[in-house]
Design a protein around this ligand. Structure first.
Ligand SMILES: Cc1cn([C@H]2C[C@H](O)[C@@H](COP(=O)(O)OP(=O)(O)OP(=O)(O)O)O2)c(=O)[nH]c1=O
Length: 209
């Protein structure tokens, strides 16, 4: 049994349960540093707006920096003990087109119809703040989907899995059955790239568990 009390800890400013699970797999204890007011939640959603002609890699890194700044302000405002703060953002890109999280089932189906039978990129930016310094990394992966029939997409959307996921799918779930191949980082596609995250933690002088 891992000794959770002895595990090194950090603040995780992300609502994604997958990111917390990945950190736990790597031996970290994550204290969630999440927005707790409607106003803060709306402000965060507003941060995710894409600027005109913004390239996907630029977009995902800009949003991650903004998320980190918001998290640092939250920490200061709450007066919690200082500690490393980690956050990330995942974006699916078909060419230069950015696919965020679908607003509803209809949008999820539209996204999947566009991605079916194609190759797309998944970009996850990760940022860490510790003792007044900031480190950032970017993981780039390519995912190739097999063709999906309209009926299969319909059933997949009805499973509920696409909601809350960038590009309307989860490689860690049922969608893997249509993924022909990937190159890059599986954990990056899920939402927190193991290698790049470890690089940031090391750069900040934190010993990996
Ligand atoms: C492509 C893909 C994305 N995702 C998820 C990871 C992220 O949770 C989500 C992308 O949205 P994000 O905006 O990166 O993250 P989030 O809204 O879940 O959490 P927060 O902004 O608080 O950090 O999509 C998967 O779980 N599996 C996948 O295969």
């Amino acid at each position: 049994m891992p000794d959770h009390a002895a595990a090194p800890w950090l603040y995780l400013a992300s609502q994604s349960p997958r990111r917390r699970e990945l950190l736990a797999q790597w031996g970290w204890r994550a204290e969630l540093l999440l927005p707790d007011t409607e106003a803060e939640l709306h402000a965060l959603e507003a941060l995710e707006a894409v600027q005109p002609h913004e390239a996907p890699a630029r977009y995902v890194q800009r949003v991650t920096r903004l998320k980190l700044q918001a998290a640092l302000q939250r920490l200061q405002h709450r007066g919690w003990p200082p500690g490393p703060v980690l956050c990330a953002d995942t974006t699916v890109a078909l060419g230069r087109e950015i696919f965020g999280k679908p607003a509803d089932a209809a949008e999820a189906a539209q996204m999947l119809q566009r991605l079916a039978g194609q190759r797309h990129r998944v970009l996850t930016a990760v940022a860490l703040a510790h003792q007044g310094q900031v480190w950032q990394g970017l993981s780039r992966s390519t995912v190739e989907f097999a063709p999906w029939s309209a009926a299969e997409i319909g059933r997949y959307v009805a499973s509920g899995e696409p909601l809350g996921k960038a590009g309307a799918y989860a490689i860690q779930g049922r969608a893997s059955q249509w993924i022909r191949r990937i190159s890059g980082s599986h954990s990056g596609i899920v939402g927190l790239p193991a290698f790049e995250t470890a690089q940031l933690l090391r750069a900040a002088g934190l010993a990996l568990p």
